[in-house]
Design a binder for this molecule. Structure first.
Ligand SMILES: Cc1cc2nc3c(=O)[nH]c(=O)nc-3n(C[C@H](O)[C@H](O)[C@H](O)COP(=O)(O)OP(=O)(O)OC[C@H]3O[C@@H](n4cnc5c(N)ncnc54)[C@H](O)[C@@H]3O)c2cc1C
Length: 378
């Protein structure tokens, strides 16, 4: 089977990987360089932040992330030479209002990854000696990890580009589906080139609403900007991830610490701004005051593909026989990525599914309403 995948972020790349490993041939498109959008910009925490604030459907996919990434890292590394570093740091959460919620969530769900413990100051200092004295206690998730997502993307791209059954077209904006007899016959790029395949997958992240008019569906996925800041400390300096007030510190093995983030609905604008960077800096120093002694080496922003509930759309698109979805992962596309791609592959190849697929169905997309009609409804 020949499958064309539009979008080479983590959703498209992992979908390609799952499908090529089953013998499919893949053509992958991206409007820019592969792996340069939200999936590069993200932090790589392998769990939703505060899982109890998310629907079970998000947590069900996310809970497989760490293990599946471990398997992919082992498989890909000999071919690519890239270790994308699943860094088992655990995480401290300082939000007092979440202590009881976190401990109850652990008791109810018994997911090893979400095991947590309440720590008094003395224990907290042994787990992480750099935490500000203003935090006298925390809850600690010892099994939470992060991945180095830019390296993950490099590894996926390198593996796929070496694969004889994969073709990658970068700098290729796909703008049109040619539809006949309830089937996509081909897709067309901005410069008029046509590409045929048996099946087609939309993995276009924050751009996914662009298909709404052509498909006559309302696609409620829009970009939500998140800004980040990168510190450089000595190797293995900060032992755990830290979280407070939805702001986080994510240590990498080589001493880089990724910090964020913000949430702004400002369209496709990816420019970091001074005010937000100051807020992130303040939140970082509040958690770990010694960070003020280390340089900030980079600042950036990325565009999350928001969806109303954060539950991605995975499965066959309505009305058409050969068009599939894997988009709308919002804040959790890196941790949900491997299981989302696995689910897509299972649905496309008629295999048993790892989770109940109904909750992710594209049947949740409603009929397209042109803007004038939408505004008269609101
Ligand atoms: C600041 C920030 C922090 C984050 N932290 C985390 C975290 O810690 N953990 C976590 O799990 N998630 C995190 N996320 C969320 C995660 O990054 C996203 O959910 C995920 O990357 C979405 O992946 P994607 O492949 O669907 O989208 P993208 O990575 O955006 O990829 C979509 C691709 O489609 C291409 N494309 C779009 N339209 C077309 C077209 N018509 N033709 C050709 N190509 C097209 C784009 O160029 C793009 O490369 C974070 C996101 C941000 C911004």
């Amino acid at each position: 089977m020949h499958i064309a995948i539009i979008g080479a972020g983590v959703s498209g790349l992992l979908s390609a990987l799952e499908l090529v490993e089953q013998g499919c041939s893949i053509t992958l498109f991206d409007q820019q360089h592969a792996g340069h959008a939200a999936s590069w910009a993200g932090g790589g925490i392998l769990s939703p932040m505060y899982p109890w604030r998310y629907p079970n459907e998000v947590n069900h996919l996310a809970q497989h992330g760490k293990q599946l990434y471990q398997q992919w890292n082992e498989k890909l590394q000999p071919k690519t030479g890239i270790d994308f570093q699943i860094h088992d740091t655990g995480m401290l959460i300082f939000d007092e209002a979440d202590f009881e919620l976190g401990l109850n969530y652990k008791d109810q769900h018994q997911e090893p990854m979400q095991h947590c413990e309440y720590l008094q100051r003395e224990q907290l200092e042994t787990v992480n000696p750099h935490i500000s004295a203003q935090f006298q206690h925390a809850i600690y998730f010892p099994h939470l990890a992060n991945i180095r997502n830019p390296r993950l993307l490099k590894s996926l791209i390198s593996y796929l580009k070496q694969h004889p059954q994969v073709e990658v077209y970068e700098n290729t904006w796909i703008e049109k589906f040619n539809i006949q007899n309830q089937k996509i016959q081909s897709v067309e790029s901005a410069n008029g080139q046509r590409f045929v395949a048996d099946q087609f997958v939309i993995a276009t992240g924050a751009w996914s609403h662009c298909w709404a008019e052509q498909l006559q569906l309302s696609i409620p996925v829009e970009p939500v900007q998140g800004q980040m800041m990168l510190f450089k400390t000595p190797e293995n300096w900060l032992p755990t991830m830290c979280m407070n007030n939805v702001m986080y510190l994510i240590p990498r093995r080589d001493g880089h610490i990724v910090c964020g983030s913000s949430m702004d609905h400002i369209g496709f604008d990816k420019r970091p701004n001074v005010q937000t960077q100051q807020n992130i800096y303040k939140a970082c120093i509040e958690m770990v005051p010694e960070l003020a002694n280390f340089p900030i080496v980079k600042q950036w922003a990325g565009l999350r593909p928001s969806s109303p509930t954060g539950i991605p759309y995975i499965g066959k698109m309505p009305e058409l026989n050969n068009l599939w979805a894997n988009f709308g992962h919002y804040r959790n596309g890196l941790c949900m990525g491997p299981a989302s791609a696995q689910l897509l592959r299972q649905l496309m190849l008629n295999q048993d599914t790892c989770v109940d697929a109904k909750a992710y169905s594209t049947e949740r997309l409603t009929a397209y309403a042109p803007l004038t009609q939408q505004s008269s409804l609101s």
